[in-house]
Design a protein around this ligand. Structure first.
Ligand SMILES: NC(=O)c1ccc[n+]([C@@H]2O[C@H](COP(=O)([O-])OP(=O)(O)OC[C@H]3O[C@@H](n4cnc5c(N)ncnc54)[C@H](O)[C@@H]3O)[C@@H](O)[C@H]2O)c1
Length: 340
């Protein structure tokens, strides 16, 4: 099975039905990242004018280089934590700018906090000035190490604010509070997505950017040992990128989702060990597995309750973990995982 960019975009926009972003001017912060680049590409394919803003903190020019010639795509290199404003009208702001890999929490805690507070506030002010809709990409990490699984949006969370993940978890919790405050005080049209672990082509596999799936695939393809933290019985609910972007676009487009806070993730729970075995199987790798201590505050279980997404967005995941991993492996094999 060869990996094909266009068919992935078709999967995303084919699902939108009558929902359309045609003719809208949309600012996407963090648009050169893994999810941001898919978001920009899907919006351009739908006929939107997209202003992609990114400072390449963790994003890559190669994620968006194929979009530079596309009609309606514009790029601004900028740190969203620094002031910026836009004169021409905007219909929507999608704030995705934030480093998101656990290894980055250790090296860049201040930048992460700033992107989701000061940077988000700058995005909210831009949206307020233009009376534009805003979508904020929050995270399942707002739930911390949850006592309620599957976790519904009504769960308050179990988060250690001063632990190694505090900079990310609390930044996102504060970000959500900002969004709610701007809605209350300025009447902004807001939407918050709580994204659960998402993977797929364009996810980084190098160094501190490598989350579990890209790290395992990279290790498997190079016959290096798979590094599992803990005993591998901890779970995650892995969502393939096309499913994630479909959900985000529905949340952004639907009028009835105004003010919504919605979990977007696959509700099929998988242990890290089973995911690793699947990667070894698909890649036909000779890699063994090595075990390392579980990092402090690493969540033991992750599984969203997606009743609200089913109900409000009429959305549910379609791509199985095996199918998504096969696509991602194909992308790695086609040279996609290497960073230049
Ligand atoms: N992928 C996931 O599993 C997941 C899960 C939960 C939440 N999210 C959220 O989704 C968003 C996108 O995540 P991703 O997985 O694509 O990560 P990513 O690291 O690939 O993308 C983040 C992008 O934001 C940019 N960025 C960071 N700080 C910036 C700043 N100050 N100014 C401008 N640009 C900046 C980076 O350069 C990068 O292009 C993030 O907000 C993340 O917290 C992702």
């Amino acid at each position: 099975m060869a990996w094909d960019n266009h068919s992935e975009i078709e999967k995303i926009i084919g699902d939108l039905g009558r929902l359309s972003f045609q003719g809208q001017r949309i600012l996407v912060t963090g648009g050169a990242g893994f999810l941001g680049s898919w978001m920009c590409e899907a919006l351009v394919a739908q006929g939107a004018e997209v202003i992609c803003l990114d400072n390449f903190a963790s994003g890559l020019r190669s994620n968006i280089s194929h979009l530079f010639d596309r009609e309606g795509f514009h790029f601004i290199e900028h740190d969203i934590s620094e002031p910026i404003s836009f004169e021409d009208h905007l219909d929507m702001v999608i704030h995705m700018a934030s480093r998101a890999s656990p290894f980055e929490f250790e090296h860049y805690p201040i930048e992460i906090l700033k992107a989701n507070t000061i940077g988000l506030m700058i995005s909210l002010n831009i949206a307020a000035k233009h009376k534009a809709r805003i979508l904020y990409t929050s995270t399942s990490e707002t739930y911390g190490n949850p006592h309620v699984v599957p976790t519904p949006e009504s769960y308050y969370g179990n988060v250690n604010s001063v632990g190694p993940r505090g900079c990310y978890d609390e930044a996102k919790r504060c970000g959500e509070a900002y969004v709610v405050a701007y809605r209350k005080q300025y009447g902004l049209d807001t939407r918050i997505a709580r994204i659960f672990n998402t993977y797929g082509p364009r996810i980084r596999s190098d160094g501190i950017y490598a989350r579990a799936i890209p790290r395992f695939i990279d290790q498997a393809l190079n016959d290096k040992p798979i590094t599992i933290f803990g005993d591998g019985t901890q779970t995650r609910s892995f969502t393939y990128v096309t499913d994630q972007i479909r959900g985000l676009l529905r949340l952004a487009a639907l009028d009835k989702a105004e003010g919504g806070i919605v979990n977007i993730g696959n509700d099929k729970e998988t242990t890290i060990m089973d995911m690793a075995k699947m990667v070894l199987d698909i890649t036909e790798s000779k890699s063994g597995i090595t075990y390392h201590p579980l990092p402090e505050d690493d969540p033991l279980r992750r599984r969203p309750d997606i009743s609200r997404a089913r109900d409000i967005l009429d959305w549910e995941p379609k791509v199985t973990l095996e199918e998504g991993l096969r696509h991602t492996v194909e992308w790695f094999r086609s040279g996609g995982g290497s960073v230049s």
